[in-house]
Design a protein around this ligand. Structure first.
Ligand SMILES: Nc1nc2c(c(=O)[nH]1)N[C@H]1C(S)=C(S)[C@@H](COP(=O)(O)OP(=O)(O)OC[C@H]3O[C@@H](n4cnc5c(=O)[nH]c(N)nc54)[C@H](O)[C@@H]3O)O[C@H]1N2
Ligand SMILES: Nc1nc2c(c(=O)[nH]1)N[C@H]1C(S)=C(S)[C@@H](COP(=O)(O)OP(=O)(O)OC[C@H]3O[C@@H](n4cnc5c(=O)[nH]c(N)nc54)[C@H](O)[C@@H]3O)O[C@H]1N2
Ligand SMILES: [Mo]
Length: 736
């Protein structure tokens, strides 16, 4: 509905209406969430409606968005700051005030800084959220480089693209005749956002759609071609596609001559990666590999949308590099309908990460560099790999992290090696949880800080790509707590970092960031449904440029010393890494460990997004849980049949590292040698009388299933973590 209609509805019903932003995909980073009208009565949040005026969703909303009031009033909400009084893991706490909690945290962190140095503190931040830059600012001011990124979310992709084509070139889907969705979930990943709309528009336009993924999700179901790749083998597939394109000379000679460095070396290098070779590894027939490579290379307007599905294998970086090279050699870069290099935005909010303080000295202190130190700071500043921060607590190498702040993140459910995280939680000196709701780590926390949901605060503002709007408060907080932003301002002040934290003044803080956009919070709030705004700029909006002039991106910047696409990467070579992409097996797999397939014949991997939940939360929301009550393993009917497994049976899934108890969903649209489960299951739903699942064996937490072998489980360059293993599946004898 639009603003006028929303006001009318509220009037008729005697309610209040507030235009604001949905928080059910998490408090979004740049790009923002969906615009909503939030209705309340007598201070109680009732329901939401989609905002027509918001360019992100144009009035549409998903199931999650509509359940916001149930989430806000969930029995799992945290409402009081708590201090642990029992043993670690016991779960005994006393209530304290917000100010007491801030003072306590400040005292401990300053003490640890004096005794062990500032780098003894780590702040976790797996996904980009609205408050991520504040975590980084706090880290830098404190003097620690250990901002913990997940090693799986987006940065891995960006790194490989930046060092190959100097940008993450996004697909120009609106103008493409052929689109490859590669490890991407355009329908569920923010269901009403631009990706889903672009996908549907492309199918309606008759664009040829190719989906590369192990199972048929809705996008693959609507695609012209499904490429059923084995989980974790995309690098082999991409290398074989390069092989075909170079061998058959399906390249853009002018582009290669003018804009690519190392073509002859690459051509010689990929000769070894034939489609027949890749068929054995990927399980994709050689004929299909050739067909897809030819279709992509010969269609003038062809684009690739690369998703998160590629970022969780030991060869993740090389898979993305090879795909970037495919774009370049076929001339599908920076032309309408292909993948576009971006130009810097015309205007952006003030940077608050204190980039100028990202020093070499800081980088040298990283406990677990997410990217080799040589390449740090990369985009978000110095980052340590999330999982390895926890490992340092156990191994004490290169030094032990002593304090961890977990702001809106659940390490026991979201990173690999749950057992190691549990052991580290027992050993860690100081642990602070900042969340809106109960998390599985809370029993080990020294301090638990509840924070406001987006519906309970009037900041920050939502920015981009086409929209600038203030967040507006719908209801008051349910207890004595504040927002994430206020937490860092208050803590900064208490630690004597007030000069860098606006002396605790949240309005001054928001206004400073808005200043470059020519507006302040009060001014922005005068525009209830926000301002149309552009934070992205493409050359193509102006003219149909067929690469007539040097791109401003492929310059001699830090990423591409030759000012050309790095088909042969001298920067990597200098740093001791392979100059051209290679194939690396996952730690366990059909071709990696054939002996193991006698005991564990099936490949196991997982999905990140679903239409009903975000990552590892929201299982406690009754409306959503009713839609998807149990963890369902996708298994091919033939694979299930030979094991006497029927649809809906409870089954035991065993890998070399752990076992799960989940239900079978007979699913013809999955490779018969592969089974897959949605990640992120642990939460119960008290309202539906559903208990929490065990975090380790016997539960449904996929992250206990994988190898954490430091030599094999990671991409050696970009620390992507494996989420492939081998399993056997059998019927459970117990029925409940
Ligand atoms: N096996 C496997 N593991 C994965 C993935 C995978 O595909 N497979 N995906 C990875 C990816 S891409 C990511 S991004 C990570 C996600 O990992 P995390 O970011 O750790 O995600 P969650 O564990 O879901 O924790 C999110 C927390 O945010 C809280 N929250 C929600 N709204 C707010 C808010 O407004 N403020 C605050 N402070 N907290 C809030 C929720 O209550 C929840 O506890 O997981 C990664 N882990
Ligand atoms: N509803 C909802 N939306 C979200 C989120 C959420 O939790 N819920 N999370 C947000 C976050 S943090 C992220 S990072 C983005 C992610 O959004 P996307 O980048 O679209 O990635 P995923 O949703 O993880 O989808 C990955 C796809 O790859 C497939 N896949 C799995 N393994 C492989 C493989 O080995 N090879 C190939 N080729 N494909 C594979 C999966 O089946 C899936 O279709 O979504 C964001 N949007
Ligand atoms: Mo993510």
């Amino acid at each position: 509905m639009n603003y006028e209609q929303a006001i009318k509805v509220a009037e008729v019903r005697g309610e209040e209406v507030v235009p604001t932003v949905c928080g059910m995909c998490g408090p979004g980073g740049p790009g923002g969430g969906c615009g909503i009208y939030a209705f309340s009565k007598n201070g109680k949040f009732l329901r939401v409606a989609g905002m027509d005026e918001c360019p992100n969703n144009r009035g549409a909303l998903c199931a999650k968005a509509h359940t916001a009031p149930q989430w806000v009033y969930s029995r799992d909400r945290l409402t009081h700051p708590l201090r642990r009084i029992g043993r670690k893991g016991e779960g005994k706490f006393e209530k304290i005030s917000w100010d007491e909690a801030i003072a306590h945290i400040a005292e401990v962190l300053l003490g640890q800084k004096r005794e062990y140095g500032p780098e003894s503190l780590a702040i976790l931040s797996p996904a980009k959220r609205s408050y991520s830059e504040y975590l980084q600012r706090f880290a830098v001011v404190h003097g620690t480089p250990n901002y913990g990124h997940s090693g799986i979310c987006v940065l891995q992709r960006v790194f490989a693209f930046m060092y190959t084509v100097a940008d993450w070139p996004l697909p120009d889907t609106a103008n493409s005749d052929l689109i490859i969705y590669w490890g991407r979930q355009p329908i569920y990943s923010g269901p009403v956002s631009s990706a889903a709309r672009a996908f549907l528009e492309a199918t309606q336009r008759g664009a040829h759609i190719i989906a590369i993924k192990p199972s048929v999700e809705p996008d693959a179901g609507m695609a012209d071609t499904w490429v059923p790749v084995r989980p974790g083998t995309d690098a082999a597939l991409a290398l074989a596609m390069l092989h075909v394109v170079l061998k058959e000379d399906l390249i853009d000679h002018d582009f290669v001559a003018r804009w690519c460095y190392g073509f002859e070396s690459l051509k010689a290098h990929v000769r070894q990666y034939s489609p027949e070779w890749a068929q054995i590894i990927t399980g994709v027939p050689a004929t299909q590999i050739k067909g897809v490579a030819r279709a992509y290379a010969t269609c003038p307007r062809a684009a690739i949308d690369v998703g998160n599905g590629l970022e969780h294998a030991p060869s993740a970086g090389d898979a993305v590099r090879a795909i970037a090279m495919l774009m370049a050699v076929t001339g599908h870069l920076d032309r309408p309908g292909t993948n576009l290099l971006k130009l810097p935005p015309p205007k952006a909010p003030g940077d608050i990460t204190l980039k100028h303080r990202f020093t070499r000295e800081l980088v040298d202190k990283l406990v677990a560099p997410e990217f080799p130190k040589y390449f740090q700071p990369f985009l978000e500043g110095p980052t340590s790999a999330y999982y390895r921060i926890w490992e340092s607590v156990l191994t004490q190498t290169p030094y032990p992290v002593r304090g961890i702040i977990a702001p809106g993140t659940q390490p026991l459910a979201s990173t690999r090696g749950t057992r190691n995280v549990l052991a580290a939680l027992e050993r860690l000196d100081f642990f602070v949880v900042l969340d809106v709701a109960r998390t599985p780590e809370i029993p080990w926390a020294d301090i638990v800080m509840p924070v406001a949901t987006g519906y309970e605060t009037d900041h920050p503002f939502q920015y981009g790509p086409n929209w600038l709007m203030s967040t507006n408060r719908v209801i008051n907080p349910l207890g004595p707590y504040k927002s994430m932003f206020e937490f860092f301002l208050d803590l900064g002040k208490a630690m004597d970092y007030g000069d860098d934290f606006w002396q605790g003044d949240i309005t001054a803080c928001m206004d400073e960031q808005l200043a470059p956009l020519g507006v302040d919070m009060a001014g922005l709030r005068q525009h209830p449904v926000g301002l149309a705004f552009s934070s992205a700029r493409h050359e193509y909006e102006k003219f149909d440029r067929v690469f007539q002039r040097p791109s401003t991106r492929l310059d001699k910047g830090p990423f591409l010393p030759q000012g050309k696409v790095a088909l042969y990467n001298t920067t990597f070579e200098q740093a001791g890494y392979p100059p051209m992409p290679e194939w690396r097996e996952p730690p366990e797999g059909i071709t990696a460990t054939p002996d193991l397939t006698r005991t564990y014949p099936l490949i196991f991997s997982d999905y990140h997004t679903s239409k009903n939940f975000s990552a590892s939360w929201q299982r406690n929301v009754p409306f959503l849980r009713e839609l998807e009550p149990d963890p369902m393993l996708h298994i091919h009917p033939d694979t299930a049949g030979t094991r006497d497994i029927k649809d809906g049976d409870w089954i035991k899934v065993t890998s070399p590292h752990g076992w799960l108890r989940v239900r079978a969903q007979l699913y013809p649209g999955i490779r018969p040698d592969t089974v897959m489960l949605l990640h992120g299951w642990w939460q119960g739903c008290e309202e539906l009388k559903m208990a929490d699942y065990p975090l380790t064996d016997g539960g449904a937490n996929v992250n206990i299933m994988y190898s954490v072998d430091p030599e094999k489980a990671y991409d050696p360059m970009v620390t992507a973590m494996t989420s492939q293993t081998l399993v056997e599946v059998e019927k459970c004898r117990r029925t409940k």
